[in-house]
Design a protein around this ligand. Structure first.
Ligand code: ADP
Ligand code: MG
Length: 339
């Protein structure tokens, strides 16, 4: 019989990968914000039009790229963040798959301007459906700006599946909150259709939470802190009287990355046992630091699910740390704004 297997052309492979990485405009926002953070940006601007359907742009003042790297960044498996398999067990960056820009460029019109601090001139390039259609040396500021337009222009089924601008903006805002809470030391600006939704100066954790969720959040927060050989825990829980029926302000960050963990959520809720009604949930902003070697984040392309080596110990430590904080707070309320 004749041979029938062929390797897919790159643009088809990229489009398939995009299906996993990019579900909606918020996924693009996440990837671009994370790239800006990995580039060491001190100030990041997020500019959105019409819930991300018309424009998603991220402007950073980070490292920038050379002309060759700017071009290569849109190739699949092109990354500056890991070099060998072992690096996967010692990750210090958000990215490492080298897939985001290739995926985004396969399903949108992308315009990039980038310049390293050391160069006089930068690079301006446009790529549409995996094809570079324009590249020029240009006068650009230090850092990188990536504008993503007409998302899913070549996948009508996906484009039609998008929800209203309002709903897509809500998903984007959720993603923005997660990234901004994980990095209070970075300044963020967020604009939608020309109006500024958030202006977050570089701050400490408590002030970042309060700037995002309003000054009333401040009085709700109880500090949490613990250091063990397995995990370092910092952050805040909300006082029991502020427990809500709806799930809402509940955030776990592991090594500066937002994660979802029903298991650890359970540990927090268990610590509140007897203090809140069983159909209500506490709010929390918990920052965990573990040895990168004890953490697998390569379970899913979006990297919000992770696998811990010693999940059971983590559960026990988290639960007792929070119990301890709740106990302390009963004795001496901690309302210090500067913690
Ligand atoms: P990954 O982040 O997994 O490496 P991406 O596709 O997101 O993959 O990006 C590919 C590469 O492009 C990155 O490794 C990085 O070198 C470069 N890059 C992307 N965005 C930026 C940025 N905002 N500033 C500087 N370099 C960037
Ligand atoms: Mg990336």
């Amino acid at each position: 019989m004749a041979d029938i297997i062929q390797l897919l052309p790159d643009h088809v492979a990229n489009q398939i990968a995009a299906g996993e990485v990019v579900q909606r405009p918020a996924s693009v926002v996440k990837e671009l914000l994370e790239n800006a953070l990995d580039a060491g940006a001190a100030c990041i601007k997020l500019i959105i039009k019409d819930g991300g359907k018309v424009l998603i742009q991220v402007v950073d003042d980070g490292l920038g790229m050379s002309a060759t790297d700017a071009r290569l960044s849109f190739s699949r498996h092109a990354t500056s963040k890991i070099k060998k398999a072992e690096d996967l067990f010692n990750l210090h960056t958000k990215g490492f798959r080298g897939e985001a820009l290739a995926s985004i460029a396969a399903i949108a019109h992308v315009e990039m301007q980038t310049k390293p601090d050391t160069e006089e001139l930068g690079t301006h390039l446009r790529i549409e459906g995996s094809e570079i259609v324009f590249q020029e040396t240009a006068v650009t500021p230090k850092g990188t700006s990536i504008a993503v337009k007409n998302l899913f222009f070549n996948i009508p089924a996906r484009r039609n599946f998008l929800k209203s601008n309002h709903v897509e903006l809500r998903h984007i805002t959720d993603e923005f909150h997660r990234v901004a809470l994980a990095h209070p030391d970075v300044a963020f600006h967020f604009y939608h259709n020309g109006s500024e939704l958030f202006n977050l100066p570089a701050d400490n954790h408590r002030k970042r939470i309060v700037t995002i969720f309003g000054t009333r959040a401040n009085q709700k927060l109880v500090p949490v802190e613990e250091e063990t050989p397995i995990v370092k825990i910092k952050g805040f829980i909300t006082k029991p009287e502020f427990a809500k029926k709806s799930r809402g302000e509940q955030f776990f960050f592991v090594n500066h990355r937002f994660i979802k963990s029903p298991y650890l959520h359970h540990a927090v809720v268990a610590a509140f046992e007897g203090l809140i009604k069983s159909d209500t949930y506490p709010g929390y902003f918990l920052y965990l630091e573990v040895n990168p070697a004890s953490l697998d984040i390569n379970i899913h392309p979006t990297k919000t699910e992770v696998k811990f080596d010693d999940e059971h110990s983590l559960y026990a430590i988290l639960r007792s740390t929070i119990k301890h904080s709740l106990g302390q707070f009963n004795v001496a309320p901690a309302l210090d704004f500067d913690q």
